[in-house]
Design a protein around this ligand. Structure first.
Ligand SMILES: Cc1cc2nc3c(=O)[nH]c(=O)nc-3n(C[C@H](O)[C@H](O)[C@H](O)COP(=O)(O)O)c2cc1C
Length: 360
């Protein structure tokens, strides 16, 4: 059997969601799913705090950095940084419809300027040896033509040598819709993405948008090389736990939700002991038990801000008790915090992920 494409299954870049903590949780659940950062603009990277934007945990591989920008020279410098910091791929966002992004002349509006995009991508390719990929829509505004996206892909392939295209299968309406509406209102047209694969069989075509079940993933893989899942992966992280076995013919990374939770709580403890507020990371785990009895009570404990000064292991103990116990969690049940001499005893877990930074 040939090895599966590295792009067979991935979790989408999502601003404010797929930060390094979220990606670590996803990695605990699936060894092989490709992970993407939130979009980082070239401006933020070139004039801001590089370690804050680029540091990640070694366990996250394979992990891709997504950039937002359009200036070839800036994109080239950022692609070089991506390589120095150890990313496995650098991706250019040509799909974000937000007005802020349009003012900066990048994101989805770049689809109207394939030559400019090609220049930027070529500069990125020349600057680093990483795979340079693009994430885009099937069209902008009300344009219905397949030729528009076909020519966009063809131009980037011919002029910049791009070989991997991640296609969000709906248009971006640049006027009148919020970014959130732009992920829901323009209709999904998967057939156009399938047609891209037929017209460019040598390219890697990854489909994205509205995919929420393993059956849908399997069905899409009949037509394209890969599937990128966004909101479903975030809201239902346990879904990832079945992907290694089902889509990579590899052993599952974790057997139970509790095992995943223990490993992530160990990670939260290392964060807490290095002075990082652990609730920043714990929020990504809130969907872990969705669908099980007591999941709501478990979630309530983890999101109770009264508990945020407790050690994560103690919050975990209370959350499990609430989940099993049946009584609704109330902040009054929080008990003494660490400042008052809490009885909390940090728990050790078998699979403690080590925090390994990735300095260039
Ligand atoms: C909260 C949120 C933030 C997002 N941020 C980005 C982003 O930074 N870059 C990007 O290319 N797409 C972004 N997206 C779009 C997703 O990557 C994806 O294309 C979209 O959600 C459709 O896939 P889904 O239906 O599987 O969620 C974001 C989506 C959400 C929900």
């Amino acid at each position: 059997m040939t090895a599966p494409s590295p792009w067979r299954l991935s979790v989408a870049p999502m601003m404010d969601w797929t930060d390094r903590h979220c990606r670590l949780l996803h990695r605990l659940l699936s060894r092989h799913t490709r992970l993407y950062t939130e979009m980082v603009t070239t401006g933020a990277l070139l004039h801001g705090d590089v370690p804050r934007h680029l540091a990640f945990n070694e366990q996250e591989h394979p992990v891709a950095l997504q950039l937002g920008g359009s200036e070839p020279e800036d994109l080239a410098r950022c692609a070089r940084l991506a390589e120095q910091w150890g990313y496995d791929e650098v991706n250019l966002n040509c799909g974000c419809p937000s007005e802020r992004v349009q003012r900066g002349a990048f994101g989805a509006c770049l689809m109207a300027e394939p030559l400019l995009v090609a220049d930027g991508l070529k500069a990125m390719r020349d600057a680093c040896s990483l795979p340079v990929t693009v994430k885009h829509r099937i069209g902008i505004d009300r344009g219905e033509s397949y030729e528009f996206v076909r020519d966009f892909v063809g131009t980037l392939h011919q002029r910049a040598g791009i070989e991997v295209f991640i296609v969000h299968a709906r248009n971006a309406w640049l006027q009148g819709l919020s970014p959130k509406e732009n992920r829901e209102v323009p209709p999904l047209r998967y057939a156009l993405v399938h047609r891209l694969k037929r017209d460019f069989p040598q390219l890697t075509i990854v489909i994205n948008g509205g995919i929420t079940t393993d059956e849908q993933v399997a069905e899409q893989l009949q037509h394209v090389d890969g599937v990128m899942v966004g909101r479903h992966a975030y809201h239902e992280p346990w879904a990832l736990a079945g992907w290694d076995a089902r889509f990579f013919a590899a052993p599952a990374s974790v057997a139970t939700r509790e095992e995943a939770e223990d490993a992530f709580v160990a990670y939260l403890s290392t964060l807490a002991s290095s002075g990082t507020p652990w609730p920043l990371a714990a929020r990504h785990m809130l969907g872990l038990h969705n669908g099980l009895p007591g999941a709501r009570r478990w979630r309530q404990v983890w999101s109770d801000h009264h508990l945020k000064t407790l050690p994560p292991a103690e919050v975990a103990r209370r959350a499990r008790a609430a989940m099993r116990g049946g009584a609704a969690h109330t902040p009054a049940a929080a008990g003494p915090g660490p400042c008052t001499g809490s009885s909390a005893s940090p728990r050790t877990t078998p699979s403690l992920p080590t925090l390994q930074e990735n300095p260039p």
